[in-house]
Design a protein around this ligand. Structure first.
Ligand code: ACM
Ligand code: ZN
Length: 561
């Protein structure tokens, strides 16, 4: 007995001696990235989360159950603490609940507007409370519980321990924008399904909800079309690849790869479980040399067209005057709609040189048939592209989808319900919003994360040049431009996207290096209100996120500018 008492006192002494530093190490910090809208923390009171405690949830709800399992996994991954899934136990340490107290108080009234899925950020709202009875995650929808669980996950200390101290808190959160995107170019270089899944996990960690999947290019066609099997089989393979910039030196190695429709569906499923929508892009009528290689009859000159082995813009584009072109587009987009449930379908529309169309008898005949003449603003050829856009939009609308395109789609006069993705700066986005179109801001100088992130090029792997898109540059972007847009026009800005083009990015490790931590910076552009944004605060909060990247085994750039 006495020995026990002595041992207890010694242990107690050790605990007190070690307590302050250790307690700090074991304490959660809710100032995560992206920063929640409101965090009120009482740092004097803690709930002790320990192994063996339970997570309670409504097991009849599959989505909520899935999020409970994710949370269990994330807590164990970060801390080693293994919680039990105890659906029925209302006294469990962590409880997942649908319904916000604030909504219940507003009985009879609608507490939030019934926004469309694209502006549904209020549907993602959640409250995360830590009190003496434990942790409560409350949300209007299961997606909100997922967001809350990510916040709790990112708050945790990354130490293997038996107990974590959770300061009492009340976090109220919802994203600023409904559209929070990342583009991955899988056409210049091919990335495996496993890599894409890892990227989707990283996106979800940052609260992103739109994966823009760039699937087709001059340098390779990567989407299986069942009705046109040669398209992927042959159009996906280039004979070799230029080394570095287009300096005439080639690697002499054939390069290819494509995604079967089953694989695409698997990506869609995996993304949906993480509340990410997959927007496929079939870039047309330019950036089509992969397809032209297989179907040279669809080009103005008849080819031959090798799958392109250099970067840059090809002047070989789909012929606008050949009726087979529209048939081809509809066949491809029909299958795209079968595979991808996304409301938005991206049809590219960027960088389509018009030289071939100017010289092509079929294109010119089509322009005459349509009665196109220069209208003082839009060239005949730009209007030809608009004609294609119109046809494609009709086709998509009939299938309940909306067209989204790069800002060039504005040049010939834009189709009515189309969404514009502004990449050549913000000008196209401003113009589109003034015309009442919905807009995603993705301006190259702030959002093109294929560009270097550090000034000293010697400190980073070689990538596409031109300008520096440092993390702080990404962070500084404000997607809504009150000096240029009225309050009503500002409502057209659905959100922001960063783009990972891959001309120079051949391997997953380099892709993640380019992505991180710039996606962290972008996540605060996408999620936080402008008054919350502060670069110094961001850099102070970043180290814990970097440690989580380490824990997850994803590469990132160690420099930060
Ligand atoms: C683009 O960067 N051409 C959209
Ligand atoms: Zn033509």
């Amino acid at each position: 007995m006495r020995r026990h008492l002595t041992l207890t006192l010694v242990l107690l002494g050790l605990v007190v001696f070690a307590s302050r530093a250790e307690a700090q190490m074991l304490t959660a910090d809710y100032r995560v990235i992206p920063l929640p809208m409101s965090v009120q923390t009482d740092t004097l009171h803690f709930f002790n989360l320990q192994s063996g405690m339970g997570i309670a949830y409504d097991a009849s709800d599959d989505e909520v159950s899935r999020t409970a399992r994710f949370l269990q996994q994330w807590i164990e991954e970060a801390t080693g603490i293994r919680l039990m899934l105890t659906p029925k136990d209302k006294r469990a340490a962590i409880r997942l609940q649908i319904g916000l107290d604030a909504d219940k108080k507003k009985k009879g009234k609608k507490a939030y507007t019934n926004a469309s899925p694209l502006t549904g950020q209020q549907q993602e709202a959640y409250v995360l409370k830590v009190e003496n009875k434990g942790v409560t995650l409350q949300a209007r929808q299961p997606v909100g519980l997922f967001r809350a669980a990510q916040t709790l996950r990112k708050s945790l200390p990354l130490v293997k321990t038996n107990v974590v101290l959770l300061p009492y808190t009340k976090i109220e959160d919802e994203p600023r924008f409904g559209y929070r995107g990342l583009l991955l170019d899988c056409a210049r270089h091919f990335f495996s399904v496993e890599t894409i899944k890892q990227m989707l996990d990283v996106m979800a960690l940052h609260g992103c909800n739109q994966f823009h999947w760039h699937l087709t290019e001059d340098q390779g066609w990567r989407f299986e079309v069942k009705a046109l099997p040669r398209l992927a089989l042959e159009g996906s393979i280039r004979e070799q690849t230029v080394i570095g910039p287009n300096a005439g030196i080639y690697d002499g190695t054939p390069y290819g790869g494509y995604y079967t429709q089953d694989e695409c569906r698997e990506i869609v499923r995996y993304a949906a479980e993480r509340y990410i929508n997959v927007i496929p892009e079939i870039d047309l009528p330019g950036h089509m040399q992969g397809a032209l290689h297989v179907y040279p009859n669809l080009g103005c000159t008849g080819g031959p067209y090798p799958v392109r082995t250099e970067w840059g813009v090809s002047r070989e584009v789909l012929c606008a005057g050949n009726p087979e072109t529209m048939e081809f587009i509809k066949t491809v987009l029909g299958e795209i709609c079968d595979v991808f449930p996304s409301k938005l379908i991206h049809i590219g529309g960027d960088e389509c040189p018009k030289n071939r169309w100017k010289d092509c008898p079929k294109c010119q005949a089509k322009a005459r048939e349509l009665g196109l003449t220069f209208d003082g603003k839009h060239s005949v050829e730009n209007q030809l592209q608009t004609y294609i856009n119109h046809e494609v939009e009709k086709f998509l609308n009939e299938r309940g989808r909306d067209l989204i395109g790069w800002d060039e789609t504005l040049e010939g006069g834009l189709t009515s319900g189309a969404v514009v993705m502004s990449w050549r700066g913000v000008k196209g986005g401003i113009e589109a919003a003034r015309q009442g179109h919905r807009v995603i801001m993705s301006p190259n100088v702030f959002a093109y994360i294929d560009h270097p992130q550090l000034k000293d090029v010697a400190k980073q792997p070689r990538t596409i040049g031109g300008y520096i898109v440092s993390a702080s540059k990404v962070y500084s972007f404000e997607p809504v431009l009150p000096d240029s847009l009225t309050v009503e026009q500002q409502q057209c800005i659905l959100g922001q996207q960063v783009n990972l083009w891959t001309e120079y990015i051949a391997y997953p490790e380099f892709a993640f290096y380019q992505l991180l931590p710039r996606l962290g910076a972008a996540s605060e552009v996408q999620w936080c209100r402008p008054e919350q944004k502060d670069w110094d605060s961001f850099t102070a909060r970043l180290p814990r996120l970097l440690r989580l990247y380490d824990r997850l085994g994803v590469k990132y750039c160690h420099g930060l500018e």
